[in-house]
Design a protein around this ligand. Structure first.
Ligand code: FAD
Length: 289
């Protein structure tokens, strides 16, 4: 089923994100995680592609296939395009099609430090090039794209980044999933600005529960998300109490989710970090309503 159809029939669409096991671990090592996540009955589960450049892209299709064909949950396969040529894109998409997968999140990928994107090999410079390639050639695929409530870290301004986001919609993106954020007001501001610019497709809000100080430090360094005072206070208060930090972090993200739902969000996308108990507690907040 096309993910765009979920957004037509329900609100909020609930999705979970997982990443392939690290290099030497077999794909099967994630099956227990998928089984537990499937029991939560999300609308779809997304599987990342080569995140952080660790070379796990070949596992994406295999895991997405298990999500769909073994566990019966709709799958969204992420795909990054830097360094790829058209033939590689075609081969990845054909593989997905053979595995009954109909949804792709079309991404550029992070540029390795110190490199100029123009010096990288491949046929695609921006995500919108990949999105145009897939939506133009594969009507049997529904394609989505990434969005950034605070603007993408490389972009000079949120306004400019939303202009680029609009190009992804014009290229054929049918839904958006956002980068994590901790302040809902930033999401609402972004949503209004995007709508005014004509970005009129469903947007799922990306929520990452806090699990540790180092995880948050790494994420904000990588993506530039800002930290509200409430989060800084949680990190300080539970500095020597890892369990207490997780409880407070999940409570915070549940409050975020409830507020988003109260404000009519199209979808909630939970970054599970392959921890089913985190997803379980976050989804419980939605089900309790
Ligand atoms: P783009 O939309 O191409 O944007 C990249 C930058 O270029 C932005 O600053 C944008 O403003 C700018 N830009 C776009 N078009 C133009 C233009 N025409 N002229 C000038 N500038 C332009 N990474 C992975 O490696 N694997 C994953 O599985 C993965 N999944 C993700 C899932 C989500 C929901 C999100 C939000 C991000 C994910 N990422 C993943 C990270 C993503 O690859 C990075 O954020 C990357 O740096 C940008 O990807 P993009 O698709 O947003 O790129």
């Amino acid at each position: 089923m096309f993910i765009s159809e979920f957004y037509r029939s329900k609100k909020p669409v609930v999705s979970l994100e997982i990443f392939p096991p690290k290099k030497d671990n077999p794909v099967e090592s994630i099956y227990n995680t998928i089984e537990e996540l499937s029991a939560l009955k999300p609308d779809f589960i997304s599987v990342t592609y080569s995140a952080g450049g660790v070379g796990t892209s070949e596992k994406t299709a295999e895991i997405a296939s298990a999500v769909k064909n073994k566990y019966g949950i709709e799958a969204l396969a992420h795909m990054t395009c830097i360094r790829l040529d058209r033939a590689q894109v075609a081969s990845f998409v054909e593989n997905l099609k053979q595995n009954n997968i109909q949804n792709i999140l079309g991404l550029r990928g992070d540029i390795p430090e110190g490199l100029d994107p123009r010096d990288l090999p491949g046929d695609f410079r921006f995500a919108r090039d990949l999105i145009a390639e897939i939506s133009g050639n594969y009507p049997e695929i529904c394609i989505g794209a990434a969005a950034y409530p605070e603007g993408h870290i490389e972009c000079e301004s949120l306004e400019k980044d939303i202009e680029h986001l609009k190009l992804k919609v014009e290229a054929g993106a049918k839904f958006l999933i956002t980068q994590l954020f901790f302040d809902n007001e930033l999401f609402y501001r972004f949503y209004e600005m995007a709508l005014k610019k004509g970005v009129n497709i469903p947007i799922s809000a990306g929520i990452m529960p806090i699990l540790s100080k180092s995880q948050i430090q790494k994420m904000i360094f990588m993506c530039g998300a800002s930290l509200p005072a409430a989060i800084v206070k949680i990190l300080n208060r539970y500095e020597h109490d890892p369990e207490g930090l997780i409880d407070a972090g999940i409570e915070y993200s549940c409050r975020q989710i409830n507020d988003l739902i109260d404000n009519g969000v199209d979808g909630v996308h939970i970054y599970t970090m392959n921890r089913p108990e985190i997803a379980k507690r976050s989804i419980a907040a939605i089900n309790r309503r």
